[in-house]
Design a protein around this ligand. Structure first.
Ligand SMILES: [Fe+2]
Ligand SMILES: [Fe+2]
Length: 196
């Protein structure tokens, strides 16, 4: 049992090596990315990514709130141009957020004991979210069932976010070491910048 709960560091190391690549190496030298989230002088070593506010989760939770607000506003829109403009904004934010989680967070989740299935489900939920986002995009252009499609996307996202915030994030926060969380945070930021 204790070894079931033990984090497979070798697997994480391999994974992180392939994902982080040069970024992990530059972390030691104090890259600009390490200073996001106000870690400031903490860029001198991975082991110092301690209780700086639940990195990388605080950043992702902030995205969740912003996405939720955008969806609430979208539900009230009646003008086609405004709908299309807001869908575009939402798509940019959602894509950056999803890519960051898919490339940086979920691979690490997959290496934690008993979490492989959870990681696979998260990928599947993102896939469904993209389908529903596409339907909202179409509805913005055609005007057909806008409210229904926004509602559907909102439900999909809300359920997924609830799972992340109540189960996935706390589990990762608990089982990963501070240095690993700091590396994930750097990868999250890097992936977001690639998209945004
Ligand atoms: Fe997610
Ligand atoms: Fe998320």
């Amino acid at each position: 049992m204790s070894d079931q709960r033990t984090f497979d560091r070798r697997a994480f190391g391999t994974l992180a090596g392939s994902l982080a690549g040069a970024l992990a190496a530059t972390a030691v030298a104090g890259p600009a990315l390490a200073q996001t989230q106000g870690s400031g002088g903490a860029a001198t070593g991975p082991s110092r990514a301690t209780a700086a506010g639940g990195q990388p989760f605080a950043d992702l939770i902030q995205d969740h709130r912003q996405i939720s607000q955008m969806l609430q506003k979208m539900a009230t829109l009646t003008d086609s141009q405004e709908r299309q403009r807001d869908v575009k904004q939402l798509k940019t934010l959602l894509t950056a957020h999803a890519v960051a989680e898919e490339n940086a967070l979920y691979p690490a989740l997959q290496t934690i004991a008993d979490s492989e299935e959870e990681a696979q489900e998260a990928y599947e939920e993102h896939a469904l979210m993209k389908v529903h986002l596409f339907e909202v995009e179409m509805a913005a252009m055609t005007g057909e069932d806008w409210e229904g499609k926004v509602k559907q996307l909102t439900r999909t996202i809300t359920e997924h976010v609830e799972e992340e915030e109540s189960e996935i994030f706390p589990r990762m926060q608990k089982q990963l070491e501070a240095s690993q969380l700091q590396m994930i945070e750097q990868q999250v930021q890097m992936n977001k910048q690639m998209v945004g």
